[in-house]
Design a protein around this ligand. Sequence first.
Ligand code: UD1
Length: 344
Amino acid sequence: MKVLVTGGLGFIGSHTVVELQAEGFEVVVVDNCSNADESVLDGIEAISGKRPLFEKLDLRKKNTVQNFFSKHPDISGVIHFSASKAVGESVEDPLLYYENNINALVYILQELQQRGNGRFIFSSSCTVYGQADTLPIKENAPVKPAESPYGNTKQIGEEIIRDVCHIAEDFNAISLRYFNPIGAHPSAEIGELPIGVPQNLVPFITQTAIGLRKELAVFGNDYPTVDGTCIRDYIHVVDLARAHVVALQRLMNAENADNYEVFNLGTGTGSSVLEVIESFERISGLKLNYRIAPRRPGDVVAAYADTEKANTVLGWKAQSSLDEAMRSAWRWEQKVKEQKTGNS
Ligand code: UD1
């Protein structure tokens, strides 16, 4: 079974390629390398013993997408990761986000619809729920107006897919709404490689501990939570990657209940920012340099998944603890440093 993984050199994409290959899928990775490096293929190969096919392509061009599918008529499923994901940047340059995140999606769907029997997995986000009225968050919780163009592209993306599923009975799709993916492969061969200053909590913690950043700013400690800091559902990226394989197999085996389905992917456990710091300190034996800073605009107070649907319907459950995920993130940060020191 040949599977196209767009954005397959990225953080979640690369871990998913590893899990797909472990299940015997033949993977074609397409990435434009705007936010990823071709050397990620070496890491994938080191883990899998197999290098996936790779094409450096920009899927925002319709004829590039058409040419790709003519060259690979035997693609039996698509997992679509490629997208821009920096919330702040999306506010600064909304059209870049609409172009990157919507154009490629539409062109791929056009090809799949035309060919018939399309199977499509979409990278969505818990950001579609905004601040949910009820916790934990179920899939049928209302989608709230997006806080950013990035969030809006995820909502629009889901709507586009739903509309295609509505008219094309032989087109099957699953949107996976991720909570907060963290960590790295336990081998430390692949992991997250943020470009510039990380916006997300865990890479900021590990970069501070390794000495790349002076201190972590904890954005707000006056929220109505256990310790005043925001609550999120941090999920190990390997668990998340496995969910993609399970979702694709569901479509391949025609086990899906509807031709469009949505699943939350989280652990079901909420952790505060201070609890994440404590976890890091526990697994590393280090003291993290942090200070309390003002709230970050746009942050929701608390978000964690109701995992019932993913557990029972999809048949997938996150396995790793927060400490395990933090340990893998820390090991990866140390490996990145070793490589830099070795190369300099
Ligand atoms: C963010 C995005 C979300 C996106 C996800 C992708 C926002 C508002 N949301 O989620 O749309 O899908 O990344 O991974 O940007 N924190 C600090 N100090 C830091 C960084 C973060 O205290 O330097 C806190 C935040 O306030 C938050 C928690 O850590 O409470 C997690 O933040 P982050 O990793 O950025 O994820 P989200 O904001 O949940």
